[in-house]
Design a protein around this ligand. Structure first.
Ligand code: AHM
Ligand code: MG
Length: 320
């Protein structure tokens, strides 16, 4: 099929499904549920500042972070849309301590992990935030079904609520980007077959931790600076990774002291899947992120991902 720019996401999903005669349609339903939920989240975000969706709820989540109203709202909207179809057996969310089994009695084939609103600490500054999702096959009937390597992802994507709202996803067959036409309320294919440049000129590290990094990480950042790279840090992984995929370069969140920040299941694995599908690399410093089997739902990992040459150079320095 020749991929025409401008085709809407629903048609694209269905045409993809037709390429697999054995497909039952459940993955398509799942993707459409996310599509609809993220349109609603986008509309709330576009109204932020006018309606009462900004600010803290006063609760602390399982990550030990303050829960923003938009975190709760996004989590609820996604779960509502992911329930009821019978397609999903379980949902794990960065915002919930335990996975949810929303469809008791039905034997959904897929499980989904979500970061409902990534970058919520910058939402009140009106900068870009996002939603991250990954869809996997159910392998067992309890929470341990989520403890799978990223290479087993069936589909993953993110929505960036940026200058425009864009949904970027992959089912393991390239990366496709759809921009939401706000007048019509439809995602339209705007970025077919996205490829990350082999090398970029931007490094995205939170350099305020320079003194808390291992010396080898400092050397890596010093190298990029000497080479004339420029720093960009949005404070939202979706925004930083989207920029990295579009423009090239490297995004990293190394250990700060002995602590990692990025969550393997909700953030690192789906983003690594997309970056690799776009032709880039993603590692924790010693191994491919897609080969790491989580030991726990909320496990965190160091990440280095982006243009292949930049990630390779950084690993060369770190492992020398
Ligand atoms: P969140 O999902 O609670 O928003 O936290 C994850 C975010 C990432 O999106 C981002 O890369 C990182 O935390 C920002 O960290 P920092 O506070 O060091 O800028
Ligand atoms: Mg996040």
């Amino acid at each position: 099929m020749e991929i025409k720019k401008g085709i809407d996401l629903n048609r694209f999903i269905l045409e993809e499904e037709r390429k697999h005669p054995e497909a039952t349609g459940t993955l398509s339903h799942a993707l459409m549920a996310i599509e609809n939920a993220t349109k609603i989240i986008s509309s709330y975000i576009r109204m932020a500042g006018l309606v009462d969706v900004i600010g803290k709820t006063g609760r602390i989540n399982v990550q030990g972070e303050e829960v923003q109203k938009l975190d709760t709202l996004s989590n609820r909207v996604l779960i509502e849309h992911l329930s009821g179809s019978g397609d999903f057996y379980a949902v794990a969310s960065e915002e919930m301590e335990h996975a949810l089994f929303p469809e008791e009695g039905k034997d959904g084939k897929y499980i989904i992990a979500i970061d409902p609103l990534d970058g919520s600490s910058v939402i009140d500054a009106n900068t870009s935030v996002g939603t991250i999702f990954s869809i996997w096959r159910k392998t067992s009937s309890d929470e341990s079904t989520f403890l799978q390597e990223g290479k087993k992802i069936v589909a993953a994507g993110y929505v960036i609520y940026g200058t425009s709202t864009m949904l970027v996803y992959s089912t393991g067959n390239g990366v496709y980007g759809f921009t939401l036409d706000p007048m019509v309320g439809t995602y339209l294919l705007s970025h077919p077959d996205i490829k990350i440049p082999e090398k970029g000129k931007i490094y995205g590290f939170n350099e305020s931790y320079y003194n808390k990094w291992d010396e080898r990480i400092r050397k890596c950042v010093d190298f990029f600076k000497t080479e004339g790279y420029t720093l960009r840090w949005a404070g939202a992984m979706v925004t930083d990774i989207h920029r990295t995929i579009m423009k090239g370069g490297i995004f990293a969140y190394p250990l700060v002291g002995s602590k990692a920040k990025i969550r393997l299941l909700y953030e690192a694995a789906p983003m690594a899947f997309l970056v690799k599908q776009a032709g880039g690399l993603a590692t924790n410093g010693t191994e491919d992120i897609l080969n790491i089997k989580p030991q726990a739902l909320h496990q965190r990992v160091p990440v280095f991902m982006g243009s292949s040459e930049d990630v390779k150079k950084c690993m060369e320095i770190i492992n020398s």
